[in-house]
Ligand binder design. Structure first.
Ligand code: ATP
Ligand code: MG
Length: 332
């Protein structure tokens, strides 16, 4: 079985539709065909300041949402990144194989740091793609299911992994991104030029899966649409409507051409009203399942403990090999 590895940040509490459609939905599907490792990336979360109590709670909440979305601990390995210290350990080695110039070219860092200003930007935010290199290489992942915004980070993983292999001998599997074209980028409802994002979207632009259904309806209904009134999929001329059609099609399992037909001659209002219902119907049971996992923290923690143990057995072996290859003296 080919292996997949991916992660999601526990920041902001609720996942949003972009996280689900762009990544988590694929994770659920891939656990049937792949040896799957999925993690809540709390080490990545602290690249921006986090309240400790909130971080702890949101880490459990993230795991609960992943289970509620359909991850099955019998079919995949679900764990918390900080429970597997090998991530931080291999990251240091990767820091020393990555060029400062190539790390400086990461567009996500440039965007996020520009917004925060240099004094508030941490060095951790700068090196976070390099921690991600370690995350992926530790598990010999063949594929990395992510949204389009993460493509560059998978590319740098390939470059650095190949460099390490060339310098020290074959050690790591070189991964491919696994990005589904249709849902690679879900856009902000208020600004269809930017991706829906935990850290960058305005509250009105982001559909959080754990929002109250009423709030969800309101956000969908007030989504920015485009000039004209025709409901057609055209990402260039009608980015707002196209985004709504993508969400509608994926959540309902109806094809976009079929939706175009159904709404021919009807206005944006009809589309939004129906989409609000589709989204609410999906999130309502999701919210209930998430709550069930939260109500039973012992079960949740034991799932995560088992996951961490399984993950560690793979990660420790890879780290030992990498340490040996770079010439570290064995500890005993
Ligand atoms: P942040 O803005 O703080 O980086 P985020 O919204 O990108 O947060 P992450 O936890 O960083 O959330 O991402 C988890 C996964 O969701 C990643 O695979 C990422 O590519 C994917 N993803 C995030 N936003 C979108 C989006 N708008 N469309 C498609 N995929 C997305
Ligand atoms: Mg992100």
């Amino acid at each position: 079985r080919p292996r997949v590895l991916s992660g999601i940040q526990p920041t902001a509490g609720s996942f949003h539709l972009g996280n689900y459609l762009g990544a988590v939905r694929q994770w659920v599907a891939l656990q049937e065909t792949h040896d799957a490792f999925y993690m809540v990336v709390d080490l990545h979360a602290i690249t921006i300041p986090q309240d400790p109590a909130e971080l702890r709670a949101s880490t459990r909440l993230a795991a609960a949402q992943l289970l509620a979305a359909g991850l099955d601990p019998e079919r995949c390995t679900l764990f918390v990144q900080s429970h597997v210290p090998e991530h931080a350990q291999l990251a240091w080695v990767m820091n020393c194989v990555t060029g400062f110039g190539e790390a400086s070219r990461m567009t996500q860092f440039k965007d996020k740091s520009a917004k925060q200003g240099a004094d508030r930007t941490t060095v951790g935010l700068f090196t976070y793609p390099i921690l991600q290199i370690a995350d992926i290489l530790l598990y010999h992942a063949d594929q990395v299911p992510v949204g389009e915004d993460q493509r560059q980070h998978v590319e740098i993983t390939r470059d650095v992994g190949e460099r390490f292999n060339g310098r020290y001998g074959p050690t790591f599997t070189i991964p491919e991104p696994y990005i589904l074209k249709e849902t690679a980028k879900i856009y902000d409802l208020q600004d269809p030029a930017i991706k829906m994002s935990k850290s960058a979207s305005s509250p009105k632009g982001i559909v959080n899966l754990l929002d109250e259904p009423k709030a969800t309806v309101k956000k969908v209904k007030s989504a920015v649409t485009d000039t004209g009134s025709e409901i057609v999929f055209d990402e260039e001329k009608k980015p707002g409507v196209s985004n709504l059609l993508t969400i509608f099609a994926t959540l309902s399992g109806t094809g976009i051409p079929e939706l175009e037909q159904r709404y021919a001659g009807k206005g944006y209002g009809a589309l939004k009203t129906d989409l609000a219902e589709v989204v609410t119907e999906w999130v309502t049971p999701f919210r209930a399942r998430t709550q069930e996992y939260l109500d039973d923290p012992e079960t949740l923690d034991s799932i995560l403990a088992k996951g961490a143990e399984k993950a560690r057995s793979v990660a420790a072996e890879t780290l030992a090999t990498a340490y040996d290859r770079v010439g570290f003296l064995p500890a005993k």
